[in-house]
Design a protein around this ligand. Structure first.
Ligand code: ZN
Ligand code: ZN
Length: 344
């Protein structure tokens, strides 16, 4: 079988390796689709060191090709998605379902080989049977979507509330679906025209740009005190956390989903205190209070299958993996989600 693996900074190679059977508690998956995430691009650019020889990919879906003897919840032929978090399973956090903060947490596609391969093997407990009516490329969208499902769960988003989403990359755009699924009203700030178009296709109630009209509208929203929850999805080292803090109403909440790789950024503590705004960090997904964010994400994808398709803008074969990464990195490609199809 073929897999992609890191061979250098900014370089993946496709190698031919032996297909091994799953262990007693594992599932072997024939990969249908594997998405490229912003975090994969950090490794590609060399911002973080990639594990040389390791296979990336933590957003994927495929068909079960073999199961270990102890795996009962999925069987050969099932379409599955993978919640790509490994954990110790025994610490207090893991036991309570908050395995995303386990000290031994590891991401499939980083420390453990991921989905950019014809086949991969994962522990059975992270394989989720896909709902009816969706295919592997929609399944692969459940991972980024699960991040906002988790974030909205943390702020107990309610149906009548207004959510302001800063940023319209794949996290910001999938957040529209998570907010809609909660019945919330959504306003999206999107920089690029192709992102604005996608936000509309996904059913955002209002889409604003970063132009003069957008700035004026943000000021109007701030004065009107109508934004209950602001979701920051950009990260980096920009001023978006400050923007989020300013736009929410008094006693509103800010969810931090973006990856702030550039170090400390500004907030305004006096403004925060005076208006009792809460800033809430949110990392990946979990099974807090017994429900899996990843399962909810799969169900949302099923409910919004038609709209979700617009997120997948580019599809490449495994042999084209370097071109696929370059396309995801290139702002002029108008890509939202670039996916690999390792089995054609
Ligand atoms: Zn990701
Ligand atoms: Zn643990």
């Amino acid at each position: 079988m073929h897999l992609a693996r890191w061979s250098d900074v900014g370089q993946l190679e496709v190698a031919d390796v032996a297909l091994v059977p799953p262990a007693h508690d594992e599932v072997q998956i024939e990969i249908g689709s594997a998405g490229i995430c912003g975090s994969d691009l950090h490794f590609f650019r060399g911002d973080f060191p990639a594990r040389m020889g390791g296979t990336p990919g933590h957003e994927f879906g495929g068909t079960v090709s073999a199961v270990g003897a102890d795996v009962k919840h999925v069987k050969e032929g099932d379409l599955v998605g993978v919640e790509p978090l490994l954990r110790c399973g025994m610490c207090p956090f893991c036991i309570s379902g908050d395995y995303h903060v386990c000290a031994d947490r590891a991401v499939i596609g980083e420390k453990h080989n991921g989905g950019m391969a014809q086949f991969t093997i994962v522990p059975g407990l992270v394989a989720f049977k896909a709902p009816q009516g969706i295919d592997s490329e929609l399944v692969a969208l459940a991972e980024p979507l699960a991040c906002s499902v988790h974030g909205f769960d943390k702020v107990r988003l309610r149906g009548h509330e207004t959510v302001f989403i800063l940023g319209a990359g794949s996290i910001g755009l999938t957040a529209i679906l998570a907010a809609r699924a909660n019945g919330a009203h959504t306003i999206v700030l999107a920089r690029y025209p192709h992102q604005q178009a996608a936000a509309r296709s996904l059913g955002a109630d209002e889409v604003i740009g970063e132009d003069e009209a957008g700035v004026a509208r943000m000021e109007e929203l701030r004065r009107a005190r109508v934004v209950d929850v602001a979701v920051e999805t950009v990260g980096g080292n920009g001023d978006t956390l400050m923007q989020a803090q300013l736009i929410v109403r008094p006693k509103g909440k800010v969810v931090v989903l973006g990856v702030f790789s550039g170090g400390p950024v500004n907030i305004n503590p006096l403004h925060l205190a005076a208006r009792e705004v809460e800033i809430i960090g949110s990392m990946t997904y979990a099974r807090s209070e017994g429900h899996a964010d990843y399962q909810i994400a799969l169900n949302i994808i099923q409910d919004y299958a038609e709209e979700s398709r617009c997120l997948v803008t580019h599809r490449f074969s495994l042999d084209e993996v370097n071109t696929a990464f370059a396309t995801a990195l290139d702002k002029t490609s108008k890509s939202i989600k670039v996916q690999l199809k390792p089995n054609g």
